[in-house]
Design a protein around this ligand. Structure first.
Ligand SMILES: [Zn+2]
Ligand SMILES: [Zn+2]
Length: 318
């Protein structure tokens, strides 16, 4: 099969051996996959991952349990043991022994075929296109923000970062009716938020008054976190949505002095995400800036790091 694999370097392999499903796993033929900032970070050395990249995809089950054969599916990325203290206390996404699709200890979906635990699958409703379904994983991550902070109409909230994840978080928060602003540096991307009825501010025009109840940092950069500490009010909260392997330190004094709560936030509910896409509470199609045949995946990875791009999809159907 074809695969995009991170060895010493990133390699497109036309003849990678096909994977064999283990116990409780299905073999899925990938239809489309999305490139995410985490993939770009992994290439730069994050998690010291080796293997096939990719964790956002839609595919069709080719072998495994009869219940799933032929179904179009998306897949939760944390593959868990179900026996450790975290799993038994209902926090399976924090499983001590987990592997994570294309991120830690397990090959991902930038390939024609991928093996995944049957328990991780969700069927995709017919009304969603492949292009929409690819977004279920990052939309679920955006929904996790809602489960961690009680957004209500009077909540003054800002999303810092108008990239891939920032625009999804923005749409999810907009549905709560909170007083929402998105901050970014790319006018075209901010316009997408404006089109969804969310006020946007260019970072250069921003005045930090330390008066926001909650700031969601989706920048993946220490600068974004610094900005969040200047926007949030004393005793307010910062939700950190993106990882950065910080080679430069962040100033934590503001967190102490202003008694800010910092909430790390990672994966969320696939069912919430699927429902949001079905009822178009989250509109993802304008975020697709390129769809690339899979054999051009190397070029697509290069392009994905350019600021002009939002989501680039890899198309395995051709
Ligand atoms: Zn991702
Ligand atoms: Zn576990």
């Amino acid at each position: 099969m074809r695969a995009l694999s991170l060895e010493k370097n990133l390699q497109y392999q036309a003849n990678h051996p096909d994977p064999r499903p283990g116990e409780g796993e299905c073999l899925v033929r990938v239809r489309m996959a999305g490139i995410c900032s985490t993939d770009l970070q992994l290439v730069l050395g994050y998690m010291q991952f080796r293997g096939i990249l990719g964790h956002e995809f839609v595919g069709v089950v080719e072998s495994g349990s009869a219940n799933w054969l032929g179904k179009r599916v998306v897949c939760e990325i944390n593959c868990v043991c179900r026996h450790c203290d975290m799993c038994l206390s209902g926090l399976a996404n924090h499983c001590r022994k987990r592997t994570v699709l294309g991120i830690a200890g397990r090959d991902g979906c930038f390939a024609d075929l991928v093996c995944v635990p049957e328990a991780n699958l969700h069927e995709v409703p017919d009304v969603l296109t492949d292009e929409q379904a690819v977004f279920v994983e990052p939309v679920a991550a955006a929904y996790q923000t809602l489960s961690q902070y009680p957004f209500v109409a009077k909540t003054k909230a800002t999303v810092v970062g108008s990239g891939r994840l920032g625009l999804l978080v923005t749409q999810v928060l907009a549905e709560t009716g909170c007083k929402l602003t998105v901050v970014g540096r790319n006018a075209a991307k901010l316009l997408l938020a404006e089109k969804r009825g969310v006020q946007s501010v260019h970072v250069d025009d921003l005045i930090c008054r330390a008066d926001h109840d909650v700031v969601v940092d989706c920048t993946g950069s220490p600068e974004g976190f610094d900005l969040a500490t200047r926007l949030v009010r004393p005793r307010g909260s910062i939700v950190l949505k993106s990882t950065f392997a910080g080679e430069r330190g962040v100033n934590l004094a503001a967190v102490v002095v202003n008694e800010i709560s910092v909430l790390g936030s990672r994966c969320g509910s696939f069912s919430d995400a699927i429902h949001a896409l079905v009822r178009e509470a989250v509109e993802v199609r304008p975020m697709i800036t390129q769809t690339v045949p899979f054999d051009q995946a190397m070029d697509a990875m290069t392009a994905a790091s350019q600021p002009k791009h939002l989501k680039i999809l890899l198309d395995m159907r051709k």
